[in-house]
Design a protein around this ligand. Structure first.
Ligand code: DGJ
Length: 742
């Protein structure tokens, strides 16, 4: 890792672990992009920008027709002075004009990485983990500076980027668009990778060839959303899981975003990502500044698997924070699908008692414990225990659960208010709304206006009061609707379009406060399942409920897609009952277990209703998972077969020191004349001997990876297999094995 600056040529060469990123300040002070890809030792302008006179491409210098911003690769492109492609930013001045012109002024290189005040971001624990470059660009006419910041990492092929706008001039500036990163590629021979979805159908893998024009994914729902992930990547045409180049962009933000790839007239590709400019603006008064959220750009020369492991490891170790970042996560039982709103303290105790017998560690009480919430029409905002359901209160229930040897966790949906609630009756203007316009409801509820300090303070105090009141060791932080009629009662007319971003800043402030007040509480975020599964939320809460869809077959795709970016330690996965409540499918309990064991294992069903045999299986799953969860949650994850391409799926986890491996294979529908396949595991030590823990068979890592294991023909739908291999350390066993082969 290093950052070099060639003063004569004005070239910046940034090196992460095995990656180079190169920019140059050219004539006139324009910042151009030269290279992003595999690490090179030194750069001597082997690919200089070729300046040619292209028809209709405007020139800043009347007599120099070969120089046009429209034809060169720009690092943070402006609007209005020749580059007709997607700009990275746009501002409006007091005279109504929207033209700006940024030129290089100076730069600074320093060790480590600064925090992004009030925003989630990846961090370092010591200065030698990263280096940062800050380039100051200026529009002298209006006294605007933009600081582009780039951090490269010692241990990751990644760059973290953001931009900061500072108004040093005499007039107000309105930011209309302020993306976090833009990169110009000199060709368009790529596939585009994005993730699309819906409630109970999150993060489907979408790969398609780039075509001319702009291809966009976005959210304007006030949340990162299950519809699209704040992510975009370009893939070399032949790239797959293990081969080829990948250029990925992931936005550390939980609100409205846009990610676009634009193929221009000369077959260059511009990729950009940041806050969605749709219905956004930000007023920058004199001496004020605006910082964009961060984008993490990952380069892989070894396909998607390597890209994922970079994101997975970076996010697990340097985005997630707190006590639980590195600790194995508890196996939980959640009562939602078991009881929905229909429970009382005794029922919860019954489920907990059964769970304890099976080895489960944490009882989570979901929605319905507060106000008068017997359905989803009321009470959000009234965080007061419902004594009808819990007559002796929360503390009593939590103590009873602790007394049987389990921890207690609780559900909240703090960002929302029901119209039928004391909170709404007292503060009708605390919700996001536009005066005189009728509300649009979502799940019969309204969104609290977190752009307001008083609302944020209320949430912090209301949630804290409950958390102080009982021994609660886990919180499920839910959020179940998107924003409509976006506006705030406390913002001036010219700041109304700041509401959605101010909401996010308010939310992050609330989360920072609550999670630091309760460092011993494990927080899991949720948004109707995985509807706000993003890197922004992971900064505050190290795990996310991946989907309200608990069907094992649907989950194969959901968890496969999620693993592309997010670490396994962040993926909440539960075994639920059959027929499954979302899709009606009946799958074997083994398969449900294997799918859920591929994430943070939990159960979400009425355990008291299981048969004796089923309970035995659950008991075994739980005890097995306790043995392997360190590998699953903190090892390396390798995808082998994609459920998006075929009727099966397979993956394996390898412990950090490669001494243990857990593999899973899922056969969705039983087929006639089925292919007899071998499964080739990945990521093992090729020279080490591994023993199958169940069968005691012994193989070298190279055999397991290159020859593979034969999969028997299974005449059953929705079946699954699991393997556990352990490196053999004892020389006696190794010698015995070698003798056997000889
Ligand atoms: C949506 C969540 O995704 C579910 O798991 C559950 O907590 C419900 N909300 C409760 O209302």
């Amino acid at each position: 890792m290093n950052i070099y600056f060639d003063d004569k040529e004005k070239i910046f060469h940034l090196q992460s672990k095995n990656m180079s990123y190169i920019m140059q300040v050219v004539e006139g002070g324009y910042l151009t992009h030269l290279y992003w890809g595999r690490k090179i030792k030194t750069y001597h302008k082997s690919n200089p920008i070729i300046f040619v006179d292209r028809g209709f491409s405007p020139n800043p210098n009347c007599s120099e027709r070969t120089f046009s911003l429209d034809t060169i690769p720009n690092e943070y492109p402006a609007y209005g002075n020749g580059d007709f492609r997607n700009p990275a930013y746009q501002l409006q001045l007091e005279n109504g004009s929207t033209i700006t012109d940024l030129r290089y002024v100076k730069h600074e290189i320093y060790d480590g990485k600064e925090k992004l005040r009030g925003l989630p971001a990846v961090y370092v624990e010591s200065e030698d983990e990263a280096k940062t470059l800050e380039i100051t660009m200026e529009d002298k006419l209006i006294g605007l500076t933009v600081i582009l910041s780039y951090t490269v990492f010692r241990d990751f092929n990644a760059i973290a980027r953001s931009a900061e706008f500072k108004n040093n001039g005499n007039e107000k500036i309105k930011i209309l668009k302020a993306l976090s990163a833009s990169v110009d590629f000199r060709d368009s021979e790529y596939d585009l990778l994005t993730f699309h979805g819906a409630h109970i159908n999150e993060r489907n893998v979408d790969r398609r060839p780039l075509v001319s024009g702009i291809q966009t994914v976005e959210s304007c729902r006030g949340s990162s959303s299950p519809q699209h992930d704040p992510f975009i990547a370009l893939l070399q045409k032949n790239a797959d899981e293990d081969y080829g180049e990948v250029y990925a962009f992931n936005f550390i933000y939980s609100g409205n975003f846009v990610a676009a790839a634009q193929v221009d007239q000369f077959k260059n590709t511009r990729v950009s990502i940041g806050i969605n400019p749709f219905d956004f603006s930000w007023l920058l008064e004199q001496n004020e500044s605006f910082k964009t959220p961060e984008v993490v750009m990952v380069y892989s020369s070894n396909g998607l698997g390597d890209m994922s492991r970079t994101y997975n490891k970076l996010y697990q170790s340097r985005l997630c924070r707190g006590k639980f970042r590195d600790s194995v996560r508890p196996i939980l039982i959640n009562n939602w699908e078991a009881t929905y709103f229909n429970f009382n303290a005794d029922k919860i105790m019954e489920i907990a008692t059964e769970a304890k017998k099976l080895g489960i560690e944490l009882m989570v009480l979901d929605d319905g414990w507060f106000g008068k919430r017997d359905d989803d029409f009321s009470s959000l905002g009234d965080w007061v225990v419902d004594k009808n359901k819990l007559p002796d209160g929360l503390e009593d229930l939590a103590n009873r659960i602790n007394n049987i040897g389990m921890n207690f966790g609780l559900w909240f949906e703090p960002e929302m208010v029901s119209q039928n609630s004391d909170l709404y009756r007292k503060h009708p203007d605390w919700c996001i709304h536009v005066p005189n316009r009728p509300y649009t409801f979502g799940r019969s509820q309204l969104v609290l206006d977190l752009s307001r300090n008083d609302v944020c303070d209320y949430i912090v105090e209301a949630v804290s009061k409950i958390l102080y009141s009982a021994p609660i060791s886990y919180v499920k932080w839910d959020m179940n609707r998107h924003m409509t009629e976006v506006g705030s009662a406390v913002l001036t007319p010219e700041r109304q379009r700041e509401t959605a971003h101010r909401y996010m800043l308010g939310l992050y402030k609330v989360l920072e406060e609550i999670t630091s007040r309760f460092p011993n509480v494990l927080f899991e975020s949720c948004s109707s399942g995985g509807g706000r599964f993003d890197a922004g939320m992971l900064y505050y809460m190290p795990q996310t409920w991946a989907s309200d869809n608990t069907d094992a077959v649907c989950r194969l795709k959901i968890q496969y897609g999620t693993s592309m970016i997010y670490p396994t330690s962040s993926i909440g996965a539960h075994v639920s009952t059959v027929p499954n409540h979302q899709v009606g499918r009946i799958t074997p309990i083994n398969t449900r277990g294997h799918v859920a064991m591929s994430g943070n294992l939990g159960y979400e069903l009425d355990l008291t209703k299981l048969s004796k045999e089923e309970k035995e299986i659950v008991k075994l799953q739980v005890s097995n998972y306790k043995e392997i969860r360190e590998i699953i949650q903190f090892g390396d994850f390798y995808r082998i077969l994609s459920p998006f391409d075929r009727n099966e799926a397979a993956w394996n986890f390898v412990s950090k020191n490669k001494s243990e491996m857990v593999g899973y294979y899922f056969n969705i529908l039983s087929q006639p004349a089925a292919v007899i396949r071998t499964l080739k595991f990945k990521g093992l030590d090729e020279n080490a001997l591994y023993e199958n823990i169940d069968t005691k068979e012994v193989f070298y890592g190279d055999e397991l990876m290159n020859v593979g294991i034969s999969i028997p023909i299974i005449k059953e739908d929705f079946s699954s297999l699991m393997w556990r291999f352990k490196k053999i350390k004892s020389e006696v066993t190794i010698l015995r094995h070698i003798k056997k082969i000889l």
